[in-house]
Design a protein around this ligand. Structure first.
Ligand code: PRP
Length: 195
């Protein structure tokens, strides 16, 4: 069975995603154009890898790029309340304007952890650019750092979504669109297989 056959319905197509990413990139390019130092873009691995790759190519300002790895969901569909930074950034962000690029904000636990972590490293401001935002599931409030701004691609209904970087059991990240899995592939404990 092809990977597409595991998808019940598509929420955002490749084209809709591309159009929205262009809008976000031009908003960011405009909002940060007055700053002389390079903007630092930090992607949250793994889920943000496609969104990050797409948006940085549309931002017209000088930027530096780094990654941070934070564990949250594990292999299931329920977010873990205590995220752990398992791989830190390598570049110095002291006095820099930083944008954290996420695929999705769910409970807010990951961002809450990241905001205090990046603030402690001396960032001048920390903004968030998330591809999807699920405000209905927010449990933890996070404060942006300094004059940080919040950008989001789309508000996501309360479904477990896959594609465009987002996974279930590490599968489906390479779908070029965002969709909802058929129920038989989403229950915890079910190991999705592609044959
Ligand atoms: C996902 C997503 C966010 C986080 C959001 O990461 O990429 O980082 O969960 O959830 P929260 O707001 O409830 O903290 P995940 O741990 O699934 O890792 P992944 O990026 O490797 O898929």
């Amino acid at each position: 069975m092809a990977m597409e056959d595991h998808i019940e319905r598509i929420l955002w197509t490749d084209e809709e995603i591309s159009n929205r990413v262009s809008e976000l990139a031009s908003q960011i390019s405009n909002d940060f154009k007055q700053f002389s130092s390079a903007l630092v873009i930090i992607g949250v691995a793994t889920g943000a890898f496609l969104f990050l790759a797409d948006i940085v190519r549309k931002i017209t300002l000088p930027i530096t790029v780094d990654f941070i790895r934070v564990g949250s969901y594990g292999s299931g569909t329920v977010s873990n309340a205590s995220p752990i930074i398992s791989s830190d950034i390598k570049i110095d962000i002291k006095g820099k304007h930083v944008i954290v690029v996420e695929d999705i904000v769910d409970t807010g636990n990951t961002l809450s952890c990241l905001m205090s972590h990046l603030e402690s490293k001396g960032a001048c401001s920390v903004s968030v650019c998330t591809f999807l935002d699920k405000p209905a599931r927010r449990k933890v409030h996070f404060e942006l750092v300094g004059e940080g701004k919040f950008y989001r691609g789309f508000e996501c209904p309360d479904y477990f979504v896959v594609g465009y970087g987002m996974d279930f059991a590490e599968l489906y990240r390479n779908l070029p669109y965002v969709g909802v899995l058929k129920p038989e592939y989403t229950s915890d404990g079910c190991v999705a297989t592609i044959s």
